[in-house]
Design a protein around this ligand. Structure first.
Ligand code: IMP
Length: 433
């Protein structure tokens, strides 16, 4: 069992395969803790041929004995949480006794979902392409200091009633045709609180005690750095800090608790929803990646936009998060391509850009500068050793590491746990010994 607490987070625009990596590393940890996002996430894990899709519950849940923690930085839709728990129970995974939900986590309420849909409709062509789960409006209420937290459900009833009444009437003022009744919502919240009661905890205290006892914690990110509210492609982002800063605020742990940061990146790039994607492909090649990688949203089923690996993006993620290493996923999807490309910079009307710009207009005007490398025809699927990869695939990884400035400690060659290369002597090994 390791002693180093690590963060595992997305280095691109999400859907990098964090679920598989978290599940793979979980046996080295005593607890896995989600620090932000909500059920907009869709973390797919294959265990012994069975597919599990997790939205809110950390991807460590498939390992008995590991405590899974939902932090205060997460926004929780109680009904979505119950649905996920019931689904896991149906598949033989019991969460009781090893699921903790922060008493400080804010809730997603039915009107948040409606407001999300309404706000997207209002933006028209400028829509964000959200998952329509109410994530943004729930965080808006949190920051606006009118949110309802899980501890509010378990405390003073009169105070809760007043909060719910005020929130519902405010919403009825915004949505003209809406006549939502606060009473059934209050009842639903009270019964949700009762079901959640056994799991509700002071998560920061639990994690502090776990770490003090010499046990290690894995901090699990959702979405990814380029979807981070501060560091992503704003406004085409999610409403939380998916990058490493979110660990401290979203769980109540000090920065020094984070002993290592593992960025998860695909061997190419995908994005779901609107917003810039400099290396985006269209036509046959995009279809080839989409079908080969089954690039359809785990939460919404939407087809993902696909493009070449962008080292500018991953370099930027490395800087923001202090990435120690990468877990490179879906290498096998590139098998059989005559050549592979990676973007090392952007050409703009004002010269070359080697750093990721904040202004989306600058990004829209940027043309990727590509390096083209020979592809490989031999399959990499299921390889478990670096030596098992075709030389051209190894060359691609070497070049990708140089251009991104981060070593690949883990290379995923398929969706199952076993289809993984852990590089001998990499920092990841040192975390677990
Ligand atoms: P929201 O998080 O539903 O508000 O959506 C904001 C943006 O983040 C949209 O572009 C979504 O497609 C994207 N997004 C949210 N969750 C995920 C995810 O788990 N994977 C990939 N993209 C996501």
């Amino acid at each position: 069992m390791s002693k180093t607490n690590i963060a595992v987070l997305g280095a691109q625009w999400g859907d990098e395969g964090k679920g598989k990596i978290v599940d793979l590393l979980t046996p080295n940890f005593s607890a896995v803790a989600r620090y932000q996002g909500g059920h907009n996430a869709g973390h797919t894990v294959y265990a012994d041929g069975t597919k599990f899709v997790l939205h809110l519950i950390p991807s460590g849940i498939l390992h008995p004995g590991v405590t899974c923690v939902i932090g205060n930085g997460v926004v929780v839709d109680p009904l979505a949480l119950f649905k996920e728990i019931d689904e896991l129970a149906r598949m033989g995974i019991a969460v009781d006794g090893r699921l903790l939900v922060s008493e400080k986590a804010h809730m997603i309420l039915p009107y948040h979902r409606e407001l999300d849909v309404l706000s997207e409709a209002r933006r028209g062509e400028r829509k964000i392409g959200t998952t329509s789960r109410g994530i943004g409006p729930a965080y808006e209420d949190k920051v606006g200091r009118r949110g309802i937290r899980i501890c509010d459900l378990l405390g003073d009833r009169a105070a809760l009633q007043q909060e719910v009444r005020e929130n519902v009437s405010a919403r009825n003022r915004i949505i003209k045709e809406s006549t939502l009744d606060w009473k059934p919502l209050l009842e639903q919240l009270i019964s949700s609180g009762e079901r959640m009661r056994p799991w509700v905890a002071d998560v920061s205290l639990f994690l502090a005690r776990t770490m003090q006892a010499g046990k290690a914690v894995m901090f699990e990110g959702a979405q990814a750095t380029l979807l981070d509210i501060d560091h992503g492609t704003y406004p085409f982002v999610t409403s939380s800090n998916a990058s490493v800063g979110g660990v401290c605020t979203g769980l109540g742990v000090p920065p020094r608790a984070i002993g290592g940061v593992l960025g998860v990146a695909k061997a190419y790039t995908t994005r779901v929803g609107e917003g810039p994607l400099p290396t985006e492909l269209s036509g046959e090649l995009a279809d080839r990646l989409r079908e080969g990688g089954q690039e359809y949203g785990a939460s919404t089923g939407r087809p993902r936009r696909c493009g070449w690996f962008d080292a500018v993006v991953v370099r930027y993620s490395a800087r923001i998060n202090g990435l120690d290493a990468l877990a490179l996923t879906k290498l096998d999807v590139l098998d059989g391509l005559p050549e592979v490309r990676l973007c090392t910079g952007y050409r703009t009307p004002n010269g070359t850009l080697s750093e990721f710009p904040a202004d989306l207009r600058a990004l829209a005007a940027a043309e990727p500068i590509y390096e083209t490398l020979p592809g490989w025809s031999r399959s990499t699927k299921g390889a478990t050793r670096l030596e098992g990869l075709p030389p051209a695939a190894r060359r691609y990884i070497d070049r990708l590491e140089e251009a991104s400035g981060v070593p690949c400690a883990i290379i995923s060659t398929g969706s199952d746990r076993g289809e993984t290369i852990v590089r001998p002597g990499s920092i990841v090994e040192s975390w677990f010994t």
